[in-house]
Design a protein around this ligand. Structure first.
Ligand code: ZN
Length: 401
């Protein structure tokens, strides 16, 4: 039950706010909330974390639960039908087993993100909390049109934005490619009017998107100093996603990827200047959170380490601590929930991970996930997802007359 009281003792704790590891002072969880950090005594069951690391739950803030990393995006989006929902279930499990307690789904196949969010909330399946854009919005025939809401012209883009918000979108995801400044502005104005933030897979459209007032840009890339100055001034977030390049270059063959694509990815990976703008943006003061683009080809939902290592290899971040803050407290800031999650502080919801080793000494320990709590609910034990108890959820109480 989520109301269980317990204490995690021993080991090392990652203090996400301070950006430091320190001896775990003892963390009391009560009713799904971090009730006490340090101080006298222990309450309820004691979980011994000696030799281990206690982390805030990880945040993968760019992924696609309807996709499995295996199949080509268009094929699975157009032809899989209800299989997309099975993939959602598998994706939720894989993500939480990797320590992810919050997942931002940025478009899949029609309503898969909304279904994922509801399935997790209802306790149908173990998984991270899902924040979703519903359907991404693109121009007719635009990028990933087969799963998106296609919209053309400012009025239609505005309507598409309203539709996503009506259906329950937490964010609007706009495929900025080929949209005019008027169309981009129509989306951003409408979303902001209704209190919903906007993100975009900007690429070369980044400048127009930032001018239109988006809150976040995905993937990142080659930014001019002028654009970086605007990004910093307006507080626009960047979620770099390097995993597709890294994992396709490294493991594409094992996933059945075409050699020509693998070769192209290897070239991109060897090009140190390709992502230089991201490091420049960060040094200039831009805010960066963490996302892997999981679900896209050769990026399974459980893959976290490759992104971390590549962020360091490309110099996007200089210190491991910075990456660990990006995947915890910075993520909470991006999703505007820093008062509720992102660090192991009193009063926050218990999104907690125990890793089987010393993360401060070895970043690869991030892959040794032993236990995960999502909102204080034990969701992973010994590295394996655990089905929620349906009796903990009101949705199952409506039986008979
Ligand atoms: Zn994506």
């Amino acid at each position: 039950m989520s109301t269980t009281t317990f204490t995690i003792k021993g080991g090392t704790m990652f203090d996400a706010v301070a950006g430091a590891f320190r001896p775990n002072p003892g963390i009391v969880i009560d009713g799904g909330i971090i009730a006490q950090v340090g101080g006298a005594g222990e309450r309820g069951d004691v979980i011994d974390a000696s030799g281990k690391t206690v982390m805030p739950g990880l945040m993968n803030l760019h992924g696609h639960l309807a996709w499995d990393g295996f199949s080509d995006l268009e094929g699975q989006s157009r032809h899989d039908g209800p299989m997309g929902y099975v993939k959602v279930a598998r994706g939720l499990i894989s993500a939480v087993e990797a320590g992810v307690t919050t997942f931002r789904d940025l478009g899949g196949v029609h309503d898969t993100g909304l279904v994922a969010r509801q399935a997790q909330r209802d306790g149908l399946i173990a998984g991270p909390k899902v924040i979703t854009c519903g359907r991404a919005i693109c121009r007719t025939g635009g990028h990933i049109w087969y799963g998106n809401r296609e919209a053309d012209g400012a009025d239609d883009v505005r309507k598409a934005t309203r539709e996503q918000i009506r259906d329950g979108a937490d964010w609007i995801k706009l495929m900025a490619h080929s949209y005019t400044p008027e169309e981009l502005s129509a989306c951003v104005e409408q979303a902001h009017d209704q209190g919903v933030p906007v993100t975009t897979d900007a690429g070369v459209w980044a400048e127009l998107a930032v001018d239109a007032g988006v809150d976040c840009i995905e993937h990142g890339g080659d930014y001019s100093d002028e654009l970086i100055a605007t990004i910093v001034e307006r507080g626009v977030w960047i979620v770099p996603t390097l995993s597709p390049i890294v994992l396709q270059a490294r493991e594409g063959a094992a996933w059945g990827m075409k050699q020509s694509v693998i070769d192209r990815r290897r070239g991109q990976l060897a090009d140190k200047g390709r992502h230089e703008g991201l490091g420049r943006a960060r040094r200039a003061g831009a805010k960066l959170a963490f996302g892997t683009d999981s679900g896209s080809p050769v990026v399974p939902h459980g893959a976290i380490l490759a992104e971390m290592q590549q962020l360091l290899a490309f110099g996007v971040f200089e210190r491991e601590i910075d990456v660990l803050q990006a995947i915890t407290i910075r993520g909470a800031e991006l999703i505007r929930q820093v008062d509720r999650t992102g660090s192991l502080d009193e009063g926050k919801t218990a999104d907690v991970v125990i890793l089987g080793g010393d993360l401060a000494a070895d970043l690869t320990v991030i892959e040794r996930v032993e236990r995960v709590w999502v909102d204080g609910r034990l969701s992973v034990v010994d590295g394996s997802a655990r089905l929620p108890d349906p009796r903990d959820f009101r949705t199952f109480t409506n039986i008979g007359a």
